[in-house]
Design a protein around this ligand. Structure first.
Ligand code: PLP
Length: 377
């Protein structure tokens, strides 16, 4: 998809990397009866949900997951027919929208079912995945009593088809695996609660990227693959343990719109916090905090690549622009790499995340919609 845009800043999304990541991960599970569910919530972690979903489905994934009903509708509107699960809670009054588009939804409350029932026609059906909270403390059903009520309701109402059961690990990306073990055993006990009702539920799933790559034996029938599909490791400490080599798909690029030589004693940007010490070449990049390129990138000593060389931000990052100190004169229009490879050097998502004191997940998600995504196939 080549989309028309008029600015000199863009995110380059390497769909070949995504295809490779999905296929090498699917390969691991090929003969184990575990299917890959590609998680494309939040516009595919900022990479572009539709393009990523199509690529993942062509490369070995057979299910999709999103956080919101709106995100699932966007995929259906794009002509994607694969099964889609909404991982978050939809409003009971919106159940008919999901049912008519054949979108699977997450359930964990009996009163949700009671309310949703009134929004479905008698002959309409909706597919549900029951979420158990085994220790994440976010959403999910926790007690056997609640489970009994919910399962009784499902037995009595054919409009609701229970086709999946799942949970989510809180610490799958940490070296200490004891809490994963605890959640896993709680989950097995909860599955027993369902078995007591003689229900045949085909899709059982527990894990995100970290869990799926580290604990294949805890995956049951689906693996919810998010961050690692995009070529990123769930956390730095488990990088060494991963059974596949991942390729980062997201790069962030721009072009210098002005290059000037300033004498000593000239200040740069708001607050005049940076003052040139000598004759300095200053380049201006048309990206700013309104694009999600936060002011802290400069405060934290961030760098970009220009002609394969690292150069630092100087002065405060503005809403739409920021400045770097170049080591020499370069041409206006020269490409600037804020994230990604240039020549022999590379600014990884992990480097950028560490700079901001956060996790790699957050970085592509916060690069705004104002930054066009360009796809490399
Ligand atoms: C986002 C999400 C995932 C994907 O997690 P990654 O760590 O990105 O692989 C899996 N399951 C649920 C419930 C999620 O919300």
């Amino acid at each position: 998809m080549s989309q028309l845009f008029y600015r000199d800043t863009w995110a380059e999304i390497d769909l070949r990397a995504i295809a490779q990541n999905v296929s090498s991960i699917s390969e691991l599970y090929k003969n184990k009866g575990v299917h890959v569910m590609a998680v494309v919530k939040a516009n595919g972690y900022g990479h572009g949900a539709i393009e990523v979903a199509k690529t993942a489905l062509q490369s070995g994934a057979s299910y999709l997951a999103v956080a919101l009903l709106d995100e699932a509708i966007e995929l259906r509107d794009a002509g994607i027919n694969a099964p889609i699960l909404v991982l978050g809670r939809i409003r009971p009054e919106d159940v008919q929208v999901a049912a008519r588009l054949d979108i699977m939804v997450t359930v964990f409350q009996v009163d949700w079912l009671e309310q949703a029932k009134d929004f479905l026609e008698k002959e309409e059906q909706i597919q549900l995945h029951l979420k158990f909270d085994t220790g994440m403390g976010r959403i999910g059903l926790r007690t056997k009593d609640e489970a009994q009520l919910l399962l009784q309701f499902l037995k009595d109402h054919e409009q609701f088809q229970l086709i999946g059961i799942f949970t989510h690990f809180a610490t799958a990306d940490e070296l200490d695996v004891s809490y994963v073990e605890e959640q896993h055993s709680r989950f097995k006990e909860m599955l027993e609660w369902v078995h007591e009702w003689d229900m045949n539920v085909p899709l059982i799933h527990t894990g995100n990227s970290a869990a799926g790559l580290r604990f294949p034996e805890k995956m049951f029938t689906l693996f919810r693959l998010g961050i690692s599909m995009y070529g990123l490791t769930p956390s730095p400490e488990i990088t060494e343990e991963l059974p596949v080599k991942l390729k980062q798909a997201f790069s962030l690029k721009s072009r210098l719109v002005q290059v000037k030589e300033l004498p000593p004693g000239e200040s740069i940007s708001y607050g005049a916090t940076y003052v040139t010490k000598e004759n300095e070449w200053i380049g201006t990049i048309p990206i700013g905090y309104a694009d999600g390129w936060l002011r802290y990138h400069s405060t934290a000593g961030g760098e970009v690549l220009v002609n394969g060389e690292r150069v630092p931000f100087v002065g405060r990052i503005c809403m739409d622009q920021c400045m770097v100190k170049l080591s020499e004169k370069v041409e206006t229009g020269t490409v600037v790499t804020l994230i990604g490879e240039d020549g022999n050097d590379k600014i990884t998502m992990d480097e950028v995340a560490a700079r901001l004191g956060t996790i790699n997940y957050e970085i592509p998600c916060v690069i705004g919609a104002r930054v066009p995504r360009v796809y490399v196939k």
